[in-house]
Design a protein around this ligand. Structure first.
Ligand code: SF4
Ligand code: SF4
Length: 340
């Protein structure tokens, strides 16, 4: 099923709940009473200001409850230091951003468990991955709503449904396998030796000894790009250890493997609101680069991302993230049978 539908953001008053209600009415409802349905979303890193408010997730949960399903909201732990590295920290961050069971009307969980160990591996048979390891959420869940904030991203150009399924379901080990293709490289002329990169590096790969410039131990670096994103002087750039297309392909392979598992009873919603330069994983100010446009819904993540990108225009992201071979996500998805 490759059909999709767009519902524009109506009125000037946020949140655009009326628009989301209209979109939900357009779906062929795929769940049955009693189904446990996971709503996969990203509630924003601690200190991030671009994440979606919880009102939309609450509306989706209410829609499911009205159909007698049993929804829950979930995310997974991440590689970065910050407010989502462990389940405890992530739930605190969720609550600080308004994602509480009381407000949402359903549970909020970390699908890979308290310490990131509730994971499962299954065969993938792709070029880069013969297996993928993801949160162990499938046996207890009969359906999924993939609800994504569509926005920019420094290595995939945009982040939408494909990324939400891929990085969003991935175990920390799988996230690391996808991120292993790049590391930071320093422009000393720009560096003020402020130490931010050292402070935030989750693996202690970054170090600095006055009066030298920072160093990055490539044996310890996991390519999370947090230092690159957070350097206040833009003194760090991505150095690709392999062709940049490899990251795009790995991202797609993980998403495809997850989608193979969940496609029978899943729907996909992209929110084209508060479209920021960077993903919601980064703390701090994240400039908005588009008007609020609305919601794209459908039954296939590649279709929904492609249509979202047509509506926003790829140029708004290419201006801020030049040179990313993002089209490879779509061509590779077709090559491996993830999309028609
Ligand atoms: S964060 Fe940037 S400016 Fe600060 S020490 Fe690291 S590279 Fe230099
Ligand atoms: S040095 Fe490597 S591991 Fe440390 S923050 Fe930068 S990219 Fe991440």
């Amino acid at each position: 099923m490759t059909d999709f539908f767009f519902e524009p953001a109506q009125g000037n008053k946020k949140p655009y709940i009326g628009s989301l209600k209209n979109l939900l009415r357009k779906f062929r409802y795929p769940f049955v009473p009693g189904d446990r349905v996971g709503i996969k979303l990203h509630w924003g890193e601690r200190g991030n200001r671009g994440y979606l408010p919880p009102d939309y997730a609450r509306e989706i949960a209410a829609w499911l409850i009205a159909h007698k399903a049993k929804p829950f909201i979930f995310d997974t732990t991440v590689l970065y230091s910050g407010g989502r590295r462990t389940a405890g920290e992530s739930l605190k961050t969720a609550a600080a951003h308004g994602y509480t069971p009381e407000f949402l009307g359903c549970p909020v969980i970390i699908a890979d468990g308290a310490d990131g160990r509730d994971v499962v591996s299954f065969p993938a048979s792709y070029k880069h991955f013969k297996t993928v390891q993801v949160a162990d959420v499938f046996d207890s869940t009969q359906g999924f709503v993939i609800f994504s904030h569509f926005k920019g991203h420094m290595v995939s150009l945009f982040g939408g449904a494909i990324k939400n399924i891929s990085m969003g379901f991935a175990s920390r080990a799988q996230k690391q396998r996808m991120h292993s293709d790049y590391h930071p490289v320093l422009s000393p002329k720009k560096c003020t030796r402020c130490g931010v990169c050292v402070e935030i590096c989750p693996t202690k790969a970054a170090s600095i000894q006055e009066p030298d410039y920072p160093q990055y131990d490539l044996n310890k670096c996991i390519g999370c790009a947090q230092c690159i994103a957070m350097c206040p002087e833009l003194a760090l750039q991505i150095f690709w250890n392999s062709d940049m297309t490899v990251f795009q392909e790995k991202l797609v392979e993980t998403a495809a493997a997850v989608w193979n598992k969940i496609q029978e009873k899943s729907i996909v919603i992209n929110s084209l609101l508060n479209i920021t330069v960077e993903c919601d994983c980064l703390p701090g100010i994240n400039p908005v680069i588009s008007n609020d446009l609305g919601f794209v819904g459908g039954y296939q993540p590649v279709t929904v991302d492609e249509e979202s990108l047509k509506i926003t225009g790829a140029d708004i992201f290419e201006k801020v993230h030049p040179g990313i071979p993002w089209k490879r996500q779509f061509s590779y998805a077709r090559e491996i049978g993830f999309a028609d």
